[in-house]
Design a protein around this ligand. Sequence first.
Ligand SMILES: [Fe+2]
Length: 189
Amino acid sequence: MATRSLLLEMLEATAATDSGFEVNDRDHAVQVATRARRSGADDEVVVAALFHDSAKAIDAHSHGEIIATMLAPHVRPDVVWMLRQHQDYTATEIDNGHNPLRRLAHRVLQRGERHDLAVRFVDEWDLPGRDPEYPSDPVESFLPEIDRVLAQHREVHPPFATWVARRVLRKVWHVSGVAQRRIRSRVAA
Ligand SMILES: [Fe+2]
């Protein structure tokens, strides 16, 4: 869960985080959101783009995971995936120089719409979004989108591994309860 003021505060704080680029993280994020909006992306993607690096103000290493968790109650699953994974997709593209085989392997492994949106985000908006000459829209212009997205309430699904682990634990708990009751009834008999 997140509030508009908290998210904007985090965004502004990234003006001081150092990622080693000419354009700082705050201006980069505004540029990425502007590029997404001008490409016709919907509100959820635009707002996610605006805040995708904001959690660098908290922890650079896990910033994708943090902002994905914060926005998950308000955006659909492929947007959560995009936020959670964008560091990996960016690293893959940068490290492999757009190697087509690597891209194919990535696509097969992460198949589906979630992958397509994450790749589009990285290729079209995130990686090009460090142009110091790019005329970005002001942050204030995104307030209507932010408010619309934060007013939405989505059901949050846990990651698949967590879902499986919970089901297994529930089953073990159930089976052990049944076993205990049987043992007790035999002892009593
Ligand atoms: Fe970024």
